[in-house]
Design a protein around this ligand. Sequence first.
Ligand SMILES: [Zn+2]
Length: 440
Amino acid sequence: MRALINRFNSACHPFPGIHVLGVSASALFITALLNWPNALEAKDSASKWIPIPNPFAGKSSLPHSLEEPAFIVKKDTVKSGDSLSRLFQRQGLSPQLLTKVTSSESRNNAISRLSAGKNVEFRYLSDSLREVAVIQSPFSETVAVNRNNEWAIEQRHREPEIYIEYAKARIDSSLFLAGARAGLPDNLIMELASIYGHVIDFVYEIRRGDTFYVTFEKRYLDGQFIEYGDILAAQFVNKGEVFSAIRYPGPSGDAGYYDEEGVSLRKAFLRAPLNFNRISSNFKLVRKHPVLGKMRAHKGTDYAASRGTPVYASGDGKIIYRARKGGFGNLVVIRHGNNIETRYAHLSKFGRYRLNSKVQQGQTIGYVGTTGLSTGPHLHYEFIINGVHRNPRTIIEKLPKAKSLPKTELARFQKFAEPLIASLEVLNSNAELAYQNISK
Ligand SMILES: [Zn+2]
């Protein structure tokens, strides 16, 4: 812990630095890959880890001075209902001291805004309190500092050491199992599913033999793994079709995922309008559209999911129906632009959005249930254009294209994306060779 404190820069390093680091590191990663043919040989669908040490790591940290004081640190954790004054009481510190500390607060620099679960450190020099730190994350803390009896509040940040790693997996039974075999944590798989959530229906379109390749960050402090970072690039091969995703900080600075052409992967409609996380536990490859009960003239897609699974508005629109309706049970109908309507049936209950309210893509409009003519909990989803039912799984390609990067940005994007895609393709073709070798 002491090393950690010492290595906090006394100057404030804003976070965007990390991304610059990530970019330089990915260029290195690619160079390393291209010069590293042996590393590319895939023996099976499990991943090959290629950790690339970040040469910039540590350089941004100031060398810590020899006179740096040796604090005695007392730790506490914020419990629900706790306030800074309670924490001070538990430390046996006076209310007068608390007042001194909090009077140095400003709108952006406050230490008394605590949330349950946060760790707080009281740092002493002999008996005198010198610092109170609210640990925001392994990379940042808000600290009240006592300098010559004047308290000031500052934000301290640490640059993580970023390693770029690569994994690939071939799906045999489920996306999550494949990911787990490749050593990827569930949240990274979830992230991948959400990146592709507008272009691939992870319930109905995943096939045995589908593969994915992904490069992502792992963040370390002092050589210790802290957390997974962003997915930098990925390719998902679904039924032979390759979908690329490149993380790119657009003109506004908000990073998004784009294909090779600079077209956003965020489309106007979600492919499967429900919380994939919730159905992931029993998620299996579905070869055929399951028949849940014998409904005549079945004009929608059924997603089996446990009761209570959140159902999302698949696109921006307005709720034009929100009530019971015969065999549909609890039904929500959303009207979107371009004469498109979506329907969500058999809901156990409705979300908080009322009739006639506007909803945005991904907002919860209801929960999976089995109301109406239904034999088990599932979402019945319909997609209607100009009053005609369409298959949501095939219609999305026919809808207007999603936003592309502006022309002015495209050249910069391609320069950025090209080496990332090239590296994934090298890995991809090498993997295929390896698979062929195995099958021989
Ligand atoms: Zn149905």
